[in-house]
Design a binder for this molecule. Structure first.
Ligand code: ZN
Length: 136
């Protein structure tokens, strides 16, 4: 692949993507990646393969955070959900781009890469996984 698109993607650090891994024996997918498959154990050693996850899934359950850590206090209240990804693993993440009362169990969401926190002292900005509703 040539041109601007390829260059653009190469420059994006891997953390922009959700990287899990897959057992070469039973094909179960894990996030975060595991060294060995808990189902296949020794059979899976050396057969775990990194894969990029789609970043899409649905909300299994959620909670509304009303009192956050100091660094997040300007954001409260905000929803945090357990999301079951299309490939199977579950991930806990903040839901953004929707009103709290719109968050529902079963809602389709997708990964979005967002600023999580800004360090007022150093000016450092931290990024991480958040999820937003999939617009139908
Ligand atoms: Zn396995």
């Amino acid at each position: 692949m040539a041109g601007g698109v390829a260059r653009f993607w190469r420059e994006i650090p891997q953390r922009y993507n959700i990287i899990g891994n897959k057992c070469g024996s039973c094909e179960r997918v894990f996030f975060p990646p595991r060294e060995a498959c808990p189902h296949c154990r020794r059979k899976s050693l050396g057969k775990m393969e990194d894969i990029k996850l789609s970043g899409k899934g649905e909300i299994i359950t959620y909670t509304i955070i009303h009192v956050g850590p100091e660094a997040f206090k300007e954001q409260v209240p905000y929803p945090v959900a357990i999301i079951k990804l299309e490939e199977g693993p579950q991930i806990t993440a903040q839901i953004v781009d929707c009103n709290i009362d719109e968050v529902k169990i079963g809602m389709k969401v997708e990964n979005t890469f967002r600023r999580i926190q800004e360090d007022g002292y150093t000016g450092a900005i931290y990024y991480g996984y958040k999820f937003k509703p999939v617009k139908e």
